[in-house]
Design a protein around this ligand. Sequence first.
Ligand SMILES: [Zn+2]
Ligand SMILES: [Zn+2]
Length: 362
Amino acid sequence: MPDYSFLQYIDSRLLFGFSFSSEGNILASHIVECAIVEAVKSVQMGAAERILGHPWILNAQNVRLKYFEEMAQQVQTGDNEWALKHFANPRAAITTWFENCIESEESMEQYREKKFLPVYKEKLEALKNGILNETSCENAISVAKEYILNSLEKDYTCSQDLSKAKASDFQHFKHAFEDELKSTKEPQLPTFKPLLSSQRVSQRLGCTEYCKWCGALCWGEFGHAENAGDLAKHNSSHQIGGLHGISYHGTRHLVVTKCDERKDESFVLFGAKKENGDREFRMTWNEAKAHEFYKDWNYIKHYKSEFNDLMTWFFIKLNTDIAKELDLKPPLPDEMAGVKMDSTLADILATIRTAIAAEDDG
Ligand SMILES: [Zn+2]
Ligand SMILES: [Zn+2]
């Protein structure tokens, strides 16, 4: 929103000089700004309420069901692009998708367009009455100052000596105030902040951190990492490591192991690449889990396992493409033989839906 109050101030002073009329004129333009700000807040809250009422956004698992369901259906048609982006950077992929979904849901754009002007007029009328219902200049200006402070976070300074205001000064103030409001054009539709900037909306997505090994999205609540102790740790149903590009050092085959199944005494390599092709760190998995890079996660099996089969289904569908993208090799056939999947995508999705519905009801 352009801040033209300074120019407005100069104009008014030229027009009216230092008088109660100029005060009324200047305050009117500030009050218009207040009404715009209040209308934007109100419409934005209304838009958030509308979106929060949809069942798919009830909680993180419902959101993720919709997300992975749409993604899986795309993979089913042979289009792997979105899924590959997701498994490479889950946080960015789900956040972008979520933002697009909520902005396009029942056309938020149209909702804002429809609501803004009526709400603006309502707010302006209420502010105007709040000022004009006062019985003295001093009180009216004090009410206006409060509105300006609340809505615009500005401290308005009156240039008149209010203690010397006469009844006729108040009349001049009111006329100038009303005249200016009457001649003010309806504002154009302002730019609204994305709905995702509302914490009430964004928290429905849950924690969007992902396991640095397998790429599984955390199942914790939004902002849980701010807690102290164990509650701060991210946790998830770890998925096949190859989904996030983990491979065997040397042979470069994608691995099929999940973080919670990897043997503690097995060796892992990570960190910057050295000249001889080794990595900066080599240690047992047990040690790696306590390493600075990884200690903010739990690597034990998670009780929430509804999505496990779906992730395995994704790996079966995508492993060749993931390997190609990362210049790696698909899993060893022996290992891949152990990644069994008898169910169809429809069965898998139906099972997830039933489990989630039971949890939502419970
Ligand atoms: Zn993991
Ligand atoms: Zn988390």
